[in-house]
Design a binder for this molecule. Sequence first.
Ligand code: SER
Length: 312
Amino acid sequence: MEKHLVIGASGQLGIELTLGMQARYGIDAVVVSDIRQSTDLDVNRSEFILLDASDAHAVRKVLAEGKFTHVYHLVAMLSARGEQNPLDAWDLNMKSLINVLECAKDGLFEKMFWPSSIAVFGPNAPKTQTPQNTFCDPTTVYGVSKVAGELWAKYYFEHYGVDVRSIRYPGLIGHRSQPGGGTTDYAVEAFYCALEDKPFECYLEHYETLPMMHMEDAVRATLELMETSKENITVRTSYNLAGCSFSPSELNSEIVKIIPEFSTSYKPDLRQQIAASWPDSINDEAARSDWGWSAKYNTTGLIKAMLQALKV
Ligand code: SER
């Protein structure tokens, strides 16, 4: 029987991925772990294990005892917070990844998922339809840790046969969980302001287009990638994945169509520089042809879905 462990289950992606897996595989087939338990009551239907992923002994103990088949290692400090604490971000992002990869190498579980990001790209990658294979010269420590992590994933696959799979997520937008410490987080904040009838102050320039994705698409992509057979996977660093793309002013215009009183003002800060170094849109041909990926949500659909879900 399959048994899935989510490490970092109380974070933005962890919560949504756990809910998606509970629905797909059953509550008892999913175990969640983090340094603190989620406040989401549905997530907490699954068994919780208190775990600091940067503690190699603790990770090994949990994985040796748990008899898991699948491990989703989601722990990371994101781009904006990482720039305030570069060495802590490097330490957490790399140490926790290696801890889990080492256990995979020793056969403690069968399959691993680890998320990468559009943050692997930097100023020298093409901005539009950024290809799978191009310059990866990130300007943030988060991006550097993701490039290094991708190469470690490939190394463990090639040298030790570890079946580790990965996706370069765009900015993730969902209503069940709030992001923290990222650059793409502004979009989620905008929705909460819209629904609370508050004006929104955006820390990016009005024109700064970024690749984004509805959480439902992101969860489905993750599970589809994990379910595809090993032979289909030709990318062992991390797959590009496209959802939709929009700028803060496009987001504003779309929200105004539904909530006419909504307004956005702009006060760019350091996060604007990070966003400016990332792509506007992503080419995800490899994911499409290798494992049949196709996004469901375009910009309008994503915005409608978010506003509807938050209103309930
Ligand atoms: N959403 C992340 C961030 O903004 C990128 O992967 O840092």
